[in-house]
Design a protein around this ligand. Sequence first.
Ligand SMILES: Nc1nc2c(c(=O)[nH]1)N[C@H]1C(S)=C(S)[C@@H](COP(=O)(O)OP(=O)(O)OC[C@H]3O[C@@H](n4cnc5c(N)ncnc54)[C@H](O)[C@@H]3O)O[C@H]1N2
Ligand code: MOO
Length: 325
Amino acid sequence: MKLIDTKDAVGYILCHDITQIVKDKVKDARFRKGHIIKDEDIPVLLSLGKEHIYVWEKDDDNMMHENDAAQFMIDLTRTEDMSFTPVKEGKMELVADIDGYFTVDVDLLKEINMQKDIMMASIKGDTPIKKGTKLSGMRIIPLVIEKQKMEDLKKLINGKKVFDIKPFVRKKAGIVTTGSEVYHGRIKDEFTPVVKEKLADFGVEVIAHETVSDDTQMITEAIKKLKSAGCDIILCTGGMSVDPDDLTPKAISLTADKFVTYGTPVLPGAMFALSYFDDKVPIMGLPGSVMYCAKTVFDIILPRALADIEIDKEFIASLGHGGLL
Ligand SMILES: Nc1nc2c(c(=O)[nH]1)N[C@H]1C(S)=C(S)[C@@H](COP(=O)(O)OP(=O)(O)OC[C@H]3O[C@@H](n4cnc5c(N)ncnc54)[C@H](O)[C@@H]3O)O[C@H]1N2
Ligand code: MOO
């Protein structure tokens, strides 16, 4: 690569895209890498503010061009569930090929971005995404980079997954509606439709539903019945707080094999409960706020559970940062 005066550039080959920006109208490559510069290009290049330009020389064996470097980075970070956009101005992006739960190795991504002349940006991890979602964009900062630096990056990543998408595998839900007021028909069940709608967003069907009173044994038996019916996620509503009739958290922990939490550092949703059966089927207790607030702890926990990523107390505790929704 060498730097020459634009006026002397006719016949030379451009070695990077040249971007034109016209406010509110255009932002695109006016000339592409590899373009052979013609007479009529000279005034255009000058009007883009390019009095000097880089053109190719054949002396760059130990250097990698920004476009090749972007492809190199894509190859290091892409999984089989992701595709990538064509390179443009030295940048490439990863796109999701499936619906799922997107995760980021945050420490590794930070290490990558500590490397000189390399950048990689992603959307926030631990989030549900749809097929077609843009996940990450990456490029090198200069026009060319030492090949050795890219090899060092490969060593740093070392086959680990910087980004991943876990498909939603749990598909059959069961709901236990608790509350004497619903059980005795004093009020209409308004909670189940809300939960069903949230599940439907992830392609989950409610295959069994039990309505019981505020009675520990009834709740316990209903949970067991749903489990036997083949539900791979069980959701209990009602009776999650501090009244004497609020027995759902106790019933959940009595029925489950592994208790994870009663209480989360998320508002709305403080009174949420989670336990697991030995075969990893989760049982959740959904507090009243899930029925009346658009976004609660349930929207954070549900996609992770459906993707079958284990939720432990440490993950729950981490939700406090950003947990005031
Ligand atoms: N002194 C305190 N009061 C409250 C606390 C607390 O810690 N101390 N917690 C608050 C929080 S947080 C929530 S959330 C709510 C109640 O949550 P619960 O999950 O215990 O809900 P319930 O007591 O069973 O019912 C509350 C309310 O919602 C109606 N409900 C319940 N299920 C249904 C249903 N399936 N369909 C229609 N309506 C339903 C129920 O009839 C009650 O009106 O408590 C705060 N208070
Ligand atoms: O448990 Mo309540 O607002 O935290 O839903």
